[in-house]
Design a protein around this ligand. Sequence first.
Ligand SMILES: Cc1cc2nc3c(=O)[nH]c(=O)nc-3n(C[C@H](O)[C@H](O)[C@H](O)COP(=O)(O)OP(=O)(O)OC[C@H]3O[C@@H](n4cnc5c(N)ncnc54)[C@H](O)[C@@H]3O)c2cc1C
Length: 441
Amino acid sequence: MEKAIAEKKENRFMKELISETDVMFIQVMRDFVDREIMPVRHLIDADSRADFKLVQELQGKLRALGAGARGMLPPEYGGMGVQSLLSACVFLEELARGDAGLACASGGAGWAMRPAIAGFNEGYNTRILDDFSAKLTGEEMYVGCFAMTEPEGGCNIENIDMHGRGIATTARLDGDEWVINGAKMWPTNSGIASLYCVICQTDPDLGDEGIALIYVPVPIEGFTFGGFEDKMGFRSSREGGFWFDNVRVPKDYRAAGPGKDAELLHDNLIYARAFSAGWAVGPAQGAFDEVLKFTQDRLAAGKPIRQHTIAANMLADMAIGIQIGRDCYVNAAYMYDHPDVYGPKCSVHNLSRTSIAKVFCCDMAVNVTNRAMELMGSYGYVTDHHVEKYLRDVKIIQLWEGGAQLGRMDVARGYYNYDQFHKNIFYDRVHELREKAPQKA
Ligand SMILES: Cc1cc2nc3c(=O)[nH]c(=O)nc-3n(C[C@H](O)[C@H](O)[C@H](O)COP(=O)(O)OP(=O)(O)OC[C@H]3O[C@@H](n4cnc5c(N)ncnc54)[C@H](O)[C@@H]3O)c2cc1C
């Protein structure tokens, strides 16, 4: 009986929803994490403060497995052609159980290339893949960066009610070249990436039509990187600020064109909401595995902690959160992956669905890692059992990609016509004034 009811790792996912490729990804990553990361995970944060040697070594091994852009690029460009959001989610969950920050370098690199891949798939643009895919799939570490967030705010750019008006980085067409000016803050892989997908605005008055996704290879004249930020967690991933001062790139380094680029941006945000959900489940599962072992061995009032009703209740709540979170992201990603049944990928329905998964999984993971620490007492607070690292790491997943607040606004959009500026007299007045303003020459 005990064996039959025990949670089985292979039964965590509903088999009807996941493909054979996903089953293979889960197994490959589970083995990789257990073999390559678990034995050294206590060294990763210290290495990140030193020379990044261990982190780079692990990233090289992940790259060899096809993580990041290599996995996503079309086969004709030397990639594995993996387009499924659900595959990305399960892959990230498994990897983040080992080290969530390590998942960032490859996840961020793949994310950066999605607009170019979509532009290629839809026949808009082949130049970006023609010029960079060999490097992206080569032996050398050549990674991408999705450069969206700016010093003035990330949510202003992600908020679809802003229609691109929160983007301060400008792109101006001069002959056959884009001239880019502005600043970005926080993008994953900043300072180490070789190819930046830069979210720009060609003219704020154009709204969504003015959003432009332009690829910038670095080093390039006019690009300056400010330095790496010192973070609470995610130490194995690197982020910082950088500037564009009249940076020039060819005209066809733009992913698609007016209107289409906005859709590619929104699609990438929908995609990232779901993969962030899967990503958050990994550390929650890791912390749960630790606390389950700890509370079996450690006694309180003469018996194992987990045999006390109050602890069993807490452990049950953690398990409920983790499994519901997983079910939730699997459902949302499955719907996204099947537009024939559930409608276009880039839709308010999918934004709402994937935001439900992200908000729920992140709140759950922050709570689970925190509760795991409570059950372990002071032992949870020291580095030996890794729970403090899981807690530090998972917090940023809740803060990024719209954070908990914009995430909830995007959930609401799936249920009624939510618009933050609905009947906002000040906003209407700004529109009125804009319309009355003399047209540009
Ligand atoms: C490790 C790490 C990796 C990252 N990776 C990337 C990356 O790859 N690419 C990238 O571009 N960025 C990346 N970021 C940046 C991250 O996505 C942003 O920090 C995040 O989106 C929030 O933006 P912000 O910090 O400017 O906060 P703000 O946008 O200033 O928001 C601050 C607070 O205000 C709330 N808020 C904002 N707007 C509204 C509103 N309209 N109504 C109500 N509340 C609102 C927010 O929810 C939040 O609570 C990364 C950051 C880190 C730390």
